[in-house]
Design a protein around this ligand. Structure first.
Ligand code: ADP
Ligand code: MG
Length: 692
């Protein structure tokens, strides 16, 4: 990283190479670095020495505690702090941190979701140091904690976290890439999967936030009429950043840099009070950890600036939601395989990799879609501002033409009008477009020149689920292609390769779509092509337990069927729990805050009307009567719809709860525009969205 100035202190809170060399003996530092770089097992004989050095390094930076930091299925991170200090004699303590403490932990994990993998009475869960992710220090207002990134599994070895399957999927992809590269006669080498996750978020003033029980408890507004002005003028996007927001962003960046997180870009997003921050891409595993820390840092720093950072996918109805674009690519020996090459061999490899991805997405669109199925993301996807729930690939017009010619088995050279046989690997292949300039923002899965950008994931999601599936399905495709290419006789390699690619493209080109992904027409066209359109969370989660997907994840060594089932159970339960919570909060707000205000206003108007009648005042009474009647009718409707919502909450049908909430919202939002502004109990959209 070039960002290295003393005032920035880049990476100063990370046990990085520099720290290792300073605190460890040379051989130990080398062994640890080797383990981290090549993902080899840690030599247990160095654990004690590393632990001792870590304790010293941490304490030198003010750390008093250590924690195993892990990513349970809740979607956030978890930590349980233990002090370094142990009693030693009378009123004395000794700072202790052993290799055992470092390598393994046993948090009381009974409350983490396991989807039935672990019964509460045998709730033992273990955390184990993930040596591929560096140890870091988390600072808080009054101290610091040494954080050891770990994986989390049950006593019997089943995974209970998001990290383990991610690491396994990276191994699967590693194997598959090597197989594919061997077909091209490439020397054995190193596979790197990379991720750059763009993070969108909203800021809201904390004082206003506190007065919105829906924002506080559900992370989104359950009510709120659209103001006259939201984003129609589109003057916020890339606009100049307000000083208070900029001060917040600068603080965020400084904290991230200390953690070695390469925060790079910052800008206003489309909606008012919406922003984005993007780091430079990094190796996938690290990028996932870093994204979790980015979200946490955004939240913490916002508080210090009198803001609250909303990572919910759709905090405000009628206003653009927040996504997290996952930019993904894979490199071999340092060369990005998704970068069209400078010579025919590189181009042939690029096309084989591209074909593998196309095949993977077409065959497994359903399971990829499942990774984005959360309650928060449900209202964002397909809301004509975010990619639809239909998964398709954008490749751009230039590349589409190349693919079409490959499929046809011909390539026409410009000018001579004659079609020639395509021989991949020799220079008859047309030069590949190196930069996809026509960037299509409406595609959920877009090729953007040297990487794929998956735009369906939601802002609050952990990237690991998404990338774990992506790695696994691409690994499977690469293996299939490698097998086919491996059978091609060496003498006629290019011709044979052409045939393999042609067959793949023929079978899977339906998933390629370069048009407007937001249009109604595409929904119909996708249906005609037989592409799945899984709109609701429960139906989108279903593929997680489909037979062929259980078999796929098992055969790739990523998740066992029991683990897939447990995850599915956790995600479904999470969805249902959240719907119920939202329903309850909506009912509380409507009954406890809205009904009294409206009733009060109707009563006030009625009283005023009767006084006016008594004193013989007629001017204005019509308006007041009509207002009172409209409010009265609204009050009746409110009463009824609250009762309906209450009934649905007594049952278990999430859809019914959601639809009763929507009906209730229509009434509340209508009343919001009629009730005395000064009396309306909830801060309105126009105030929430104005960040000064
Ligand atoms: P956008 O125009 O969508 O905002 P950018 O070009 O700014 O996209 O890049 C977005 C993200 O993609 C950044 O985090 C960047 O580091 C990342 N990125 C760039 N190249 C790669 C790559 N080869 N692999 C993964 N991520 C990448
Ligand atoms: Mg992007």
């Amino acid at each position: 990283m070039a960002i290295e100035r003393t005032d920035i202190a880049y990476g100063s809170d990370v046990f990085n190479e520099r720290a290792m060399r300073e605190y460890l003996a040379k051989d130990t530092a080398e062994a640890l670095l080797h383990t981290m770089r090549d993902h080899t097992p840690l030599d247990p004989s160095i654990a004690n020495e590393v632990a001792h050095a870590l304790k010293q390094w941490g304490m030198d930076r003010g750390a008093t505690h250590f924690t195993h930091w892990f990513q349970p299925l809740t979607g956030s991170t978890a930590e349980k702090h233990d002090a370094f200090f142990e009693p030693a004699g009378m009123a004395e303590t000794l700072a202790r941190f052993s290799g055992k403490n470092l390598i393994m932990g046993e948090p009381d994990a009974s409350s983490f979701p396991s989807g039935g993998l672990r019964r509460t009475f045998e709730a033992r869960g273990y955390t184990a140091w993930d040596v591929t992710s560096p140890i870091f220090i988390k600072r808080h207002s009054n101290g610091a904690t040494l954080c050891i990134p770990t994986v989390f599994c049950s006593y019997t070895g089943e995974v209970l976290d998001k990290k383990t399957p991610l690491l396994r999927s990276m191994q699967a992809l590693d194997r598959a890439v090597r197989k594919l590269m061997a077909c091209f006669g490439e020397p054995d080498g190193h596979v790197t999967v990379t991720l750059g996750a763009e993070q969108e978020y909203f800021l809201v003033d904390r004082a206003l936030w506190l007065r919105r029980p829906d924002l506080v408890q559900c992370g989104r507004t359950l009510f709120g009429a659209s103001p006259a002005r939201t984003q129609q003028l589109e003057d916020h996007y890339f606009g100049s950043i307000k000083p208070r927001v900029l001060a917040f962003m600068e603080d965020v960046e400084r904290e991230l840099w200390r953690l070695g997180i390469p925060a790079k870009t910052r800008h206003n997003e489309t909606a008012p009070a919406q922003f984005e921050m993007a780091p430079m891409f990094e190796e996938l595993n690290l990028a996932v950890d870093h994204n979790m820390l980015i979200m946490e840092t955004l939240r913490n720093v916002a508080e210090r600036h009198g803001f609250v950072c909303l990572l919910h996918e759709k905090p405000y109805a009628g206003v653009n939601g927040s996504g997290k674009h996952n930019n993904w690519s894979v490199a071999y020996n340092g060369k990005n395989l998704l970068e069209p090459g400078g010579n025919p061999q590189e181009n042939a490899i690029f096309l084989a990799v591209l074909a593998s991805v196309i095949r993977a997405i077409d065959l497994h669109a359903d399971i990829l879609r499942a990774t984005t199925a959360t309650l928060g993301n449900e209202s964002r996807l397909g809301a004509l501002e975010a990619p639809p729930a239909i998964i398709s690939i954008f490749v751009g017009d230039d590349l589409a033409k190349v693919l079409q010619r490959i499929e046809e088995g011909t390539v026409s050279t410009a000018g001579d009008g004659k079609a020639r046989k395509l021989r991949i690997g020799v220079d008859t292949l047309p030069p590949l477009p190196r930069d996809a300039t026509d960037r299509n923002r409406t595609s959920p899965f877009a090729f953007t020149g040297n990487k794929f950008e998956f735009r369906a994931p939601g802002a609050s999601q952990n990237c690991s689920g998404v990338c774990m599936v992506l790695n696994t399905i691409v690994a499977e495709s690469m293996e299939v292609l490698a097998e086919a290419i491996g059978k091609v006789p060496k003498r006629r390699f290019h011709e044979g390769l052409g045939k393999v690619l042609r067959a793949v493209l023929k079978d899977h080109k339906r998933v390629i779509f370069n048009g407007d992904g937001y249009s109604e027409e595409w929904v119909r066209e996708a249906a005609r092509r037989g592409l799945p359109n899984l709109r609701t969370v429960p139906e989108a989660l279903e593929p997680q337990i489909a037979e062929q997907n259980l078999a796929l994840f098992e055969s790739q060594g990523v998740l066992m069927p029991t683990e897939m089932h447990s995850r599915h159970d956790v995600f479904v339960a999470d969805f249902e729990r959240k719907v119920r919570l939202e329903g309850k909060v909506a009912l509380e707000i409507a009954r406890g805050m809205i009904v009294p205000v409206v009733a009060h206003e109707v009563a006030g108007l009625a009283q005023a009307l009767s006084t006016m009648e008594r004193v013989g005042l007629t001017a204005g009474s019509r308006c007041m009567r009509e207002t009172a009647e409209a409010l009265g009718a609204g009050l009746e409707a409110l009463h009824e719809r609250c009762a309906t919502l209450e009934t649905t909450l007594a049952g278990t049908d999430s859809r019914a709860i959601q639809s009763a909430m929507a009906d209730l919202r229509t009434v509340v939002d209508g009343l919001e525009t009629r009730v005395d502004d000064a009396r309306w109990p909830l801060p309105k959209y126009r105030d929430l969205l104005a960040v000064h």
